[in-house]
Design a protein around this ligand. Structure first.
Ligand SMILES: Cc1cc2nc3c(=O)[nH]c(=O)nc-3n(C[C@H](O)[C@H](O)[C@H](O)COP(=O)(O)OP(=O)(O)OC[C@H]3O[C@@H](n4cnc5c(N)ncnc54)[C@H](O)[C@@H]3O)c2cc1C
Length: 379
């Protein structure tokens, strides 16, 4: 039997954060009262610096360590893990951006948790898969007077219907932008205080309500070369996608582990009846976690994204299986409010298939690739 979440992972790495999340996991899922506190707590526990080079203010380590930290948080609170995903993924964008000035300007406050980083790139991921056009457009504009000569500027307009970690105290959001003048789309870091940027009220979600999830409207906001994460979104996204998806899969790893631990906590009769299914899920989870981390670390998924898509789909299956097993092991107790996290984990698990890239999207993409290969072989 695996050690419980109280004896390993976050409870050992950051016991204060682990107990804060255990006490508040339900609140973080069902209302927004603590939404301003999550990023500072994650920062205080040192989680935002994991896998960031020490010369840039981080604690060193690898992206695999950052994936582990997201998984550890997800065992306690999926909402907090989703916030960590947004913040850490934005940090990763800066680490992989050729714009050194932007990195030097934003990284210190992102790492300290003063500034929230939000990733509005679902639209860009769907655009890469030819599902929808980009929803923000840039028109060339005159550079501000205080900008170095030759600097470029644009007025951007559009909207993103879903973004998490739009912390009311201050955020910066990554958004992909189509250029009216042609050329590849760019990705900009758009600051909350830029004139023309409006955050909606929090969306009326069925769960994850403490995550500062809202819509962003942008009307003729001025951005410059200094705010540009990349000037070639498709090429850059292909490189950053393994980290984006790897960190996101960390949420699934943690949730599945917690649900399986919950299934183990059932009475002896239930545990015996479910033992074979639980053992099979544990084994799958272990193998998928190892494959995920080694593939992301070795760069395998840049050239072969299909393998990462397959992993994400398989992990979602394990999350579903584990959550179902926990319901069976918990019996009626799980259906009573406030007695266990079983109902919350059902809601959390329901999010896994829909977060971008969604399972439908990935299944379609894999099917298209298989069809292409068949046609290629036949011709
Ligand atoms: C709580 C919450 C937080 C979120 N936070 C963020 C965030 O921080 N950043 C962000 O960018 N997004 C965020 N999203 C958006 C999320 O990641 C998905 O993009 C969104 O839920 C799916 O888009 P949709 O509902 O508009 O799906 P639709 O576009 O309505 O599509 C429905 C489903 O079909 C799939 N689909 C549609 N067209 C095709 C096609 N042609 N081929 C294959 N599949 C297709 C979609 O992927 C989806 O699974 C969030 C969503 C939620 C619910």
């Amino acid at each position: 039997m695996s050690a419980s979440a109280s004896q390993r992972g976050l409870a050992v790495r950051a016991p204060g954060l682990a107990s804060w999340l255990d006490v508040n996991a339900e609140t973080l899922d069902t209302d927004a009262t603590l939404c301003g506190a999550v990023v500072p707590h994650l920062a205080e526990a040192g989680l935002l610096r994991i896998g960031v080079p020490s010369e840039l203010g981080g604690d060193g380590g690898t992206i695999g360590d950052a994936i582990d930290s997201v998984a550890e948080v997800a065992e306690h609170s999926f909402a907090a893990a989703f916030v960590l995903w947004g913040q850490r993924t934005f940090i990763e964008y800066l680490l992989q951006s050729p714009n050194r000035g932007l990195r030097e300007r934003l990284l210190p406050t992102l790492l300290s948790g003063e500034l929230a980083g939000a990733t509005g790139l679902s639209n860009a991921m769907k655009y890469l898969s030819a599902i929808e056009p980009l929803q923000i457009r840039a028109v060339d504009a005159a550079a501000p007077a205080d900008m170095a000569s030759g600097g470029r500027a644009w007025r951007v307009s559009g909207g993103l219907p879903w973004i998490t970690n739009l912390r009311k105290q201050g955020f910066v959001a990554a958004a992909a932008v189509d250029h009216a003048s042609g050329g590849p789309p760019s990705i900009f870091a758009i600051a909350h205080h830029t004139p023309g940027v409006t955050r909606s009220d929090d969306l009326d979600l069925v769960g994850l309500r403490g995550t500062n999830t809202a819509a962003l409207q942008i009307k003729e906001a001025l951005v410059t070369e200094d705010d540009r994460i990349t000037d070639d979104a498709p090429a850059w996204l292909t490189h950053v996608r393994p980290a984006f998806l790897g960190l996101q899969c960390g949420m699934s790893l943690g949730l599945a582990r917690r649900s399986l631990a919950g299934a183990d906590e059932g009475g002896p009769g239930a545990s015996a009846a479910l033992a074979d299914e639980a053992a099979a899920l544990h084994e799958q989870l272990h193998a998928l976690a190892a494959r995920l981390k080694s593939g992301v670390l070795q760069g395998e998924f840049v050239a072969s994204p299909a393998r990462l898509f397959e992993l994400r789909i398989a992990l979602a299956g394990v999350v579903h299986g584990a959550a179902t097993l926990e319901v069976q092991a918990g019996g009626g107790r799980g259906y009573l409010r406030g007695l266990s996290g079983v109902a919350r984990r059902q809601r959390e698990a329901a999010f896994v298939p829909i977060v971008t890239p969604s399972l439908v999207q990935l299944k379609n993409q894999l099917a298209a690739q298989r069809a292409q290969r068949k046609t290629g072989t036949a011709s």
